[in-house]
Design a protein around this ligand. Structure first.
Ligand SMILES: Cc1cc2nc3c(=O)[nH]c(=O)nc-3n(C[C@H](O)[C@H](O)[C@H](O)COP(=O)(O)O)c2cc1C
Length: 347
């Protein structure tokens, strides 16, 4: 399928608040706080249209038997012997849970859903367990460092570390590589005392779009917007999982040696009791332990690389870079469309 054709440069007069804030610390600097406040103030004015890769990307993902992706992160480690800090890649399989603020319908989900038709975004959504290494990598800190401040930060919302999500869509012969920043939505996301929560919300809102711009609908939209919440979105994602998947957030800490005693486990008779800790089912939405470990991860894309190898005689490749509205293209042959520079490159 040939989706992208060379189109005239679209330079919109609309103003886009391009306030992407990268942070890896829970505490905000004064400058970051000001930027977050500015982003929040302008968030509802985000008017750029859907990303030019969005429609085709969703069509391709829907063609996959299971929406699996490889997610890469950067891991920080310090050598215990020399103290040398090293950054190395980590990649693992994850499931794509749809674009943020557009939860796929699941009739078995009992959670109260956010009102439909308020926001849409071009952000990828994943779910994970806060105790997994990738969460520290989203925050740019060392996993299991034992530093109290970092451990505290990892329990809350925030992050912004660099990631790449790769989808090989065999059905369409296309590889999609989505590069951006990953933000973690934790139970504190809307707490007044959570600077990580505030900053994450401001960052995400800065590029989320309000649906329905019709003048007549504006009043209704305002009402709906009031009823839209990030916390509800987290619960809705939890509710979208099967009871068995929800139960996995009650598992013993991922990556911990099985032979190491678990907190509260005083029986060392090695009788296999621990196995009952796996395979638990959580039928409801309020299980405290599971909810404390469950996280929604939102990837804000900055660059998308689409390689179409469906025609073996003529591979084609496009690079989409987020530049914001009103920006002139820089690459030869590039066009700017809805805030993204699109350029065809050699495969
Ligand atoms: C098919 C498949 C789907 C998976 N989906 C997820 C997922 O959506 N989220 C997740 O955190 N881990 C998922 N995992 C497990 C990860 O691949 C990985 O083992 C785990 O998250 C620990 O990774 P980490 O220690 O690098 O954080 C999946 C594994 C497989 C094989």
């Amino acid at each position: 399928m040939r989706y992208f054709t060379r189109r005239p440069i679209i330079v919109s007069s609309r103003i886009t608040p391009l306030t992407i804030i990268h942070f890896t610390r829970g505490a905000m600097t004064a400058a970051a706080a000001a930027a977050a406040a500015a982003a929040a103030a302008t968030a509802t004015k985000a008017t750029t249209g859907p990303a030019p890769w969005r429609k085709l990307f969703l069509e391709h993902v829907q063609a996959m038997p299971s929406p699996e992706l490889s997610l890469s992160t950067v891991r920080k480690t310090t050598s215990p012997s020399t103290g040398t800090v090293r950054y190395s890649p980590r990649v693992r399989t994850c499931i794509f849970r749809g674009l943020f603020a557009e939860l796929p319908a699941n009739p078995k989900n009992d959670a109260e859903l956010n009102p439909d038709g308020v926001y849409e975004s071009d952000y990828l959504t994943l779910t994970t367990d806060r105790r997994m290494d990738k969460v520290a990598e989203f925050f740019g800190v060392e996993a299991g460092s034992g530093k109290e401040e970092e451990e505290k930060m990892l329990r809350g919302s925030g992050g912004g570390g660099p990631v790449e999500a790769v989808f090989w869509v065999k059905e369409t012969g296309t590889q999609w590589r989505v590069r951006g920043s990953a933000y973690v939505l934790a139970p504190d996301i809307e707490d007044d005392s959570s600077s990580g929560g505030k900053e994450t919300i401001a960052t995400l809102l800065s590029r989320m779009r309000r649906k329905g711009r019709d003048e007549d609908d504006k009043k209704k939209e305002k009402e709906k917007e009031k009823g839209w919440s990030f916390s509800r979105e987290i619960t809705a994602h939890f509710g979208n999982l099967s009871p068995l998947m929800r139960g996995s957030f009650r598992n013993p800490p991922p990556g911990r040696p099985i032979a190491a005693p678990l907190p509260g486990d005083d029986d060392d008779d090695d009788d296999g009791d621990d196995q009952k800790l796996l395979g638990q089912k959580v039928p409801g939405l309020d299980d405290e332990v599971a909810r404390a470990n469950f996280r929604v991860v939102v990837v804000v894309p900055e660059e998308v690389d689409r390689t179409d190898l469906s025609d073996p005689t003529r591979g084609r490749r496009w690079r989409y870079t987020y530049v914001g509205d009103g920006t002139e293209p820089e690459a030869p042959g590039g066009v700017v469309e809805d805030g993204w520079e699109v350029v065809e490159v050699w495969p």
